[in-house]
Ligand binder design. Structure first.
Ligand code: ATP
Ligand code: MG
Length: 223
């Protein structure tokens, strides 16, 4: 619906069990993200940045409140529908990359396309384009287990973008990268690579917050 926020959180409460000592991350979080916006979520270790992305992607559920993505209430969507919804709408760069170590770079980046119904030649074209966009074309046949953490981060970015998703969630995308690569990546994120996409990126460093259009600061709750 035009004018509707693409991501919306209403009165979200998230408490982890914490082995008998409950740990409260959010008590009443409200957030609206506009279509096409580049939003940075900034805050110290443990403040809930990853938790917030996991809630938006439906990997985690709140105890109270509602979370909508493109008007769909992901906080109550059954697991089977969530997987399809994510595949069609979301790209995600995980803080720990979550790549499959014994598979090659090409195979990892191709994975999100495997259930897309695209033919082999088109999948290959898209994977090659994504590898090129993140400067890793030469790595296509390398196994993930042989790459540096910074190189893995690039593979993770290529995998998130290969489906051309409308919404991209990036958990600490600039971690493990040298200053020059961070600059290249940030200008890519701001530039045509991400045109028309909604980006939500977490960070505990200042650099990314300087290129984002809006910054939300989370504080660590003392629970
Ligand atoms: N599965 C879990 N069980 C219990 N507590 C958890 C769980 N996941 C996260 N937490 C706690 O919730 C809080 C927020 O964690 P989260 O990973 O979202 O922080 P973060 O802001 O992403 O931190 P970092 O900057 O280190 O990545 C932390 O105090 C963490 O210990
Ligand atoms: Mg985190």
């Amino acid at each position: 619906m035009p004018g509707e926020p693409v991501v919306k959180l209403e009165h979200v409460k998230k408490v982890y069990d914490g082995q008998g000592k409950p740990s409260s991350v959010f008590e009443d979080l409200n957030l609206e993200v506009r279509r096409g916006e580049f939003l940075a979520i900034f805050g110290p270790t443990g403040c809930g940045k990853t938790t917030l992305l996991n809630l938006i992607a439906g990997f985690d559920r709140p105890q109270k409140g509602r979370i909508y993505v493109k008007g769909v209430e992901v906080s109550s969507l059954p697991e089977s529908k969530l997987a399809v919804f994510r595949r069609r709408n979301l790209g995600m760069v995980f803080q720990t990359n979550n790549l499959i170590p014994h598979m090659t770079v090409f195979e990892n980046v191709e994975l999100p396309l495997v259930f897309s119904g695209l033919g082999r030649a088109e999948r290959k074209r898209r994977v090659e384009e994504a590898l090129k966009a993140f400067w890793i074309s030469n790595y296509a046949d390398r196994k993930i287990s042989t790459l540096s953490v910074g190189e893995c981060r690039m593979v993770s970015l290529a995998r998130a973008m290969v489906t051309d998703p409308e919404i991209v969630l990036l958990d600490e995308p600039t971690d493990f990268l040298d200053a020059l690569t961070v600059d290249l990546l940030l200008s890519s994120l701001k530039g045509k690579l991400m045109k028309g996409k909604t980006l939500i990126a977490t960070t505990h460093r200042g650099r990314l917050t300087r290129v984002a259009e809006r910054v939300i600061r989370l504080k660590k709750r003392l629970s």
